[in-house]
Design a protein around this ligand. Sequence first.
Ligand code: LMR
Length: 405
Amino acid sequence: MTDFLSGLAISPPDPLLGIMSAFRADPRENKFDLGVGVYRDETGSTPVLEAVKTAERHITQRQATKAYEGPRGNAGFCEAIETLVFGAQSEARSEERVVSVTSPGGCGAIFLAMTLAARTSPKGRIWVSDPSWPNHLKVAAAAGRTALGYPYMAPDGTLDFPRMMDALRQATPGDIVIFQGPCHNPSGIDPSEEQWAYLGDFCERQGLFPLLDVAYHGFAHGLEEDMAGIRAFLAACRETMVAYSCSKNFGLYRERTGCFLVQTEAPRDAQAVASHLADIARAVYSMPPAHGAAIVETILASEELTALWHKELTSMRSRIRDLRRNLADALKSATGMDGFEALANQTGMFSLLPLQGPITDMLRVQSAVYLPASGRINIAGLTQEGIAPLVGQLTPYLQASLAQQ
Ligand code: LMR
């Protein structure tokens, strides 16, 4: 008889995915899900985008095989994402210094990045903003890397650039630094274009290997506007990795659609990187999934579908902006406190409320409000109608928490 599993302790739930399952299991009728980052419309559902549905119809009609695509996945998709990230006119692309591969979501791209970096700089540590997406730490640990935090947020809800730079000056050559943007998760705070350019130059001079985690492209100000900072960074730092997710901006969450891009110093390096990415992926998922990438490729290859996607993305972005404004106003008037204006100016799905740890447990148990212990809320999951009842539930907890500070 074997006995491998009876001593196995139950692994603690993931901070975000655990909330998702607890919310689903809660039988109370009036409950609020502020947890995992999924966009919802005014009816509270996450519909499939029309551009996606149309692309899927085209794919079903013309798809002739399900044979493997190969290690890079969908080349047309990769090139379309290169254009979104680098722009149509890119020196690095025309010099063949860019590698791109399809990845299983943005998370798969981050895994490729950290594993690649472990091969290029085995002693390199990983610097992650504090606060950050908790999964950055999990992926860093899975790739056998030590993660260190750099401060990010000032008490007034803006970027604390001086403290961030003080910490990053401790980074040593070969270290990897993860920057998120646009729409930092969980704070909704982004560097300005000048700060992005400064960060790129800083990494170049310090010999750091940056990873730009781009998971909310188009959710801040617009597709071009949101890439200005990223492109300024790429212009300043020649060796840069980019993890691009299509989960949110194409609404393809469950299709696991992402792209991992690397800008290299020389074309020869690009070929070497491509060979390592194929090797890393082969040991984990062999080859990337195809369906989501085919959808994005189909949309971006058609002027009509691209225009439809732009329209749908603009409507998601405007809705989030309106929700932010109304939530900030409602919190201000319910609590009588001024500190919520930053919520309206931050961008993307997430912001942080001054609610932490045990208070978030009480909120869940007593008021059926689900949010992670960090106090992060998914604003894109709210409805205009739901704001007043939610604020009613949150107010006593916010007042208690702010009175303690
Ligand atoms: C989130 O932060 O909620 C999303 O990025 C979903 C996830 O996988 O954690």
